[in-house]
Design a protein around this ligand. Sequence first.
Ligand code: FNR
Length: 195
Amino acid sequence: MTDPRAHTDHRSVAMIVGSVSEPSLNARFGDALARLAPRAGLTITTVPIDGLPFFGAHLQKAEDYPDVGRELKDAVDGADGLLVVTPEYNRSIPGVLKNAVDWLSRPVGESSFPGKPTAVIGTSKGVISTAVAQAHLKSILASQGANLVGSPEAYIRYSEGLVDDEGNVTDADTEGFLLTFLRAHRALIDALDEG
Ligand code: FNR
């Protein structure tokens, strides 16, 4: 893998956090990833999903696609990569996240996913963390043509204080692992760009 410390340029990543909870563990975790990102040659910008209405097929016409959907798509389409931070709800992804995925998948022929270098991560306090939610999400995204980071998988079990109030990861091993994860995303972005 390319040494990201050698990068003088940064690649942009749109980050969607699949939670509208207040506070949200995954939003806090996403903030920590954004803070680490420059060390992996990435600049992460959060793309909000809390203002999206429920998607329905009546909304999918390209000629009058709602502005709120266009704004979401523009933010993702304009970034070099997509990072999705998912909680796990009832052994799957939260409905708000699936709703955002549906908005991004339309209008027909204008999906934001085909070829997009995409990384999936998430945190919960559960013993298997977000493993099942991530498996579902990866299946959905692969079906839409996203190019997924296959390795490492990142199921982060959240323990109290893992991310401090300044957004620092307090455990050195976890921080190192998250840097490895972000560098794999950067490497995929570069590889697809060159290919
Ligand atoms: C949960 N939670 C949860 N955790 C988990 O590890 N596996 C699960 O299947 C579920 N299921 C679940 C369902 C519902 C409806 C809620 C509200 C919660 C707990 C969940 O991990 C916890 O609430 C996290 O804080 C959710 O992430 P955010 O929203 O705080 O980012």
